[in-house]
Design a protein around this ligand. Sequence first.
Ligand SMILES: [Zn+2]
Length: 192
Amino acid sequence: MSKYTVSIDISEAPEMTQLQADIQNMFNEFYPRLAEDLHTDGFEFPNHVSITVKKNLDYPGAADNDKIVFNGDWFTKNPEDMGCIIHEMTHIVQHYPTYDFWWIVEGIADYMRYEYGFQPDRSKPKAGGKYDDGYATSANFLHFVTDSHGKELIKTLNTALRNGTCSEEIFEQVTGKDVKTLWEEYQASFNS
Ligand SMILES: [Zn+2]
């Protein structure tokens, strides 16, 4: 049995039993994968996650420490966005002490959801933006870099964020190229 457990409270949206089951299944499949893919020796993060499904929130979901709130209406209207569940679960596993380098924090959260096959068409790679825009832009950039330089970059950034030693220089330490050069290469890839 997995050491990871979840409780899913739908008392504010009692008809959403299908969403409850979907969240349970995604937790069972992907939380252990996140734990492994984002492993740092000696670093602890919550083994138990408390999820609450609400209605009429003005955002799809949010994570805080060991808790996630999801907007049930969001998934009814946007069934292609189930990867949002992976995004928020990633934040629980990240368990970073601060929100510094937020673009990397949000970039990794979307990176993991795309890595596991949950990338909506609207989030597919496209030219433009800045590397530190966060979310889809940063996630697609991270995928471009790991495609040619390996996934060690994600592990190294993740561990540095947990230890409070993150900096953009990690890109150069891991790949031999600084983040701006890598971004220029990414942008150039849309012209080839
Ligand atoms: Zn996020």
